[in-house]
Write a protein of this length. Structure first.
Length: 212
């Protein structure tokens, strides 16, 4: 327990090299400055994603340049490009394999809304299936826009995070979207070989049933 010396006017003199902070703030400071992206690049937006990591834009300045292709080493999913229905189980599997707390940036019109590909085969926004923290508009967005999204995400992590990371819990954060259930009625997604997707679909169906 800190003892306040008499005559100190309510102020505590800290020894040299001692800094006082909250554990939440410290954990979030570490998290936000060591984001490891998982690139999920499927189309032209991926080229801008590559440019963001290259020398001219130098994402390393913001502590988020360590791109990994192993989901277990990553905590930031960047989806760049359109995602087709056949690819969706792969996207979900990779997302599930990433550590908590984890975040997602949807880069470009296609990832966020399906873009100009308003067809049965293209996912009309990845946020129907995984939670998205930042949306980057454009077709394609410039690297500066992606960098701004990463900076904004870092702000969000610093402001909202706690040491336990409960606020980033995927299940709580993921809005149960009607699309998940509607798709089960059709053969758009074959979930027979994907237990993760089966659980997601069952949970979404249950959530919507309990609401109605
Ligand atoms: S948003 Fe534009 S640039 Fe990006 S994947 Fe779609 S068509 Fe390509």
């Amino acid at each position: 327990m800190a003892v306040m010396p008499s005559g100190s006017g309510g102020r505590i003199e800290l020894p040299e090299n001692v800094v006082v902070s909250r554990l939440d703030a410290l954990a979030n400071w570490c998290r936000k400055n060591s984001l490891w992206p998982m690139p999920f690049s499927t189309a032209c937006c991926g080229i801008e994603l590559m440019a963001t990591g290259a020398a001219k834009h130098d994402l390393a300045r913001f502590g988020a340049e360590v791109f990994r292709f192993s989901p277990r080493q990553c905590d930031l999913m960047i989806v760049a490009g359109r995602v087709v229905m056949k690819m969706l189980p792969v996207l979900q599997r990779i997302w599930q394999q990433m550590h908590e707390p984890k975040w997602c940036i949807s880069m470009g019109a296609c990832a966020s809304t399906g873009g100009v590909f308003d067809t049965y085969a293209v996912v009309q926004g990845i946020d129907r299936f995984i939670p998205v923290d930042m949306y980057v508009p454009g077709c394609p967005p410039r690297p500066e826009q992606l960098i701004q999204a990463i900076i904004d995400l870092q702000d969000k992590i610093q402001r909202e995070g706690t040491i336990t990371g409960r606020e980033f819990d995927t299940v709580g954060r993921q809005l149960r979207k009607r699309a998940l259930v509607e798709i089960t009625g059709h053969a758009a997604i074959d979930a027979s070989r994907n237990p993760v997707l089966q659980r997601e679909l069952a949970a979404a169906a249950e959530a919507i049933t309990s609401r109605t």
